[in-house]
Design a protein around this ligand. Structure first.
Ligand SMILES: [Fe+2]
Length: 381
């Protein structure tokens, strides 16, 4: 028994010594996935993947160059599969992830974690991080008995995008769910903060985007059950031409989905509606004026996910649900504005949601840090 304990502890210390950021998987455009991790010291690595072709390409490419940060293209995660990712650093094997891909059949449910604003609080970082820690633990417990396919983050992953320490802290806590779930994140305003070049979220792109992804920050993912359009609502960092380009992209992708009778879920950082003062900022006004007509005209967007305002709220307008995730780290905002589309609101409570989608409905379950149900809402098609 004593020997077993020593063995377990030494393997834990070993992994902490090697990895600055433990392996995680991100979704890039068209569902192409990347396995990423950061080492404490430059080392050669080898990976073991279920795709032997991809494995050989990666291992051949990384045979001679010792690096600290790795972002390795592992390809499209095909439906109805379980993927194992094994990393070998120098001579030591490190087995990390087992990912359940999505179901092939559109009648079978796809399930994803919806989380947002894991950033901390400027005046009280410890409080912010403890909120994220509590939510991450609750998600980890939930993942013990539920098959969840991936995680969607609505942005403000960190408080100061340009500060590498903030990213390390995020991954240190998020590994509780990232060790099982590939993630796609929208760009939040804080993810731009403190970067060397204003408007260029270098760390966000380093950790959460891949080379082929659009520099505008938008990503398209497609599953048999639904399409996901992650787009960038940080309009102050985009030119008018880029904003229009993104709007046209949303229109095109929605039309493409409509032709095969598919629904689309939109994900962005800033919301359209809120009972907080976030409702009357420049970004949200712009969304209501310019993006809302596109959403309403599409006819196949039943759900819009966002964050930013740090208050869990479900609004509904013309049959479309607008869900603001409760902050998992940022400061809680008071709700003093009268949002006429509000249907459900929770004040001062960090939350996360599990969203189930199939060809008949979307079901949203929202939980607090104790995994007590805060709200359940079903959208029937
Ligand atoms: Fe924000």
């Amino acid at each position: 028994m004593k020997f077993l304990m020593i063995l377990l502890l030494s393997s834990l210390c070993f992994s902490q010594n090697i990895f600055k950021i433990e392996p995680y998987v991100i979704f890039s455009k068209n569902n192409i996935s990347y396995l990423a991790f950061e080492l404490n010291a430059p080392s050669l690595v080898r990976v073991k993947l279920s795709s032997k072709v991809r494995q050989s390409i990666i291992n051949l490419k990384n045979r001679f160059e010792e690096k600290k940060f790795y972002k390795l293209k592992v390809g499209k995660l095909k439906c109805d599969r379980i993927y194992d990712f094994e990393v070998k650093v120098e001579d030591s094997k490190y087995h990390k992830m087992e990912v359940i891909s999505h179901p092939c059949d559109e009648a079978q449910s796809l399930k994803f974690l919806f989380i947002t604003d894991t950033q901390s609080i400027k005046s009280n970082p410890r409080l912010g991080y403890s909120r994220h820690r509590n939510i991450a633990k609750a998600v980890m417990d939930k993942l013990e008995d539920q098959d969840v396919n991936f995680a969607v983050h609505a942005g403000d992953v960190v408080s100061k995008g340009g500060n590498s320490e903030h990213w390390l802290k995020f991954f240190d806590l998020a590994r509780m769910y990232l060790e099982k779930l590939p993630m796609i994140a929208a760009l939040g305003n804080h993810d731009y903060h403190g970067e060397l070049e204003e408007g260029n979220p270098q760390n966000f792109n380093k950790y959460l985007r891949a080379k082929p992804d659009s520099l505008l920050g938008n990503v398209y993912l497609s599953f048999p059950q639904v399409d996901l359009l992650v787009h960038n609502t940080n309009y102050e960092h985009l030119s008018e031409k880029e904003i229009q380009e993104q709007f046209k992209w949303i229109e095109r992708k929605c039309l493409k989905a409509k032709l095969v009778s598919k629904k689309v879920i939109l994900v962005s950082h800033h919301p359209a509606f809120s009972s907080t003062f976030g409702h009357i900022t420049k970004d949200t006004k712009y969304i209501r004026k310019k993006l809302l007509p596109i959403i309403e005209k599409s006819g196949n967007i039943p759900l819009v996910l966002s964050g930013h305002v740090h208050t869990y709220e479900r609004s509904e307008k013309d049959g479309i649900v607008y869900l603001n995730g409760g902050s998992s780290g940022g400061i809680m905002n008071p709700s003093r504005y009268k949002n006429k589309y509000s249907k459900f609101l929770v004040r001062f409570k960090p939350t996360y949601s599990l969203i189930e989608v199939n060809d008949k409905f979307i079901n949203i379950e929202t939980f607090d840090k104790k995994n007590e149900l805060v709200e359940e809402h079903k959208i029937n098609f």
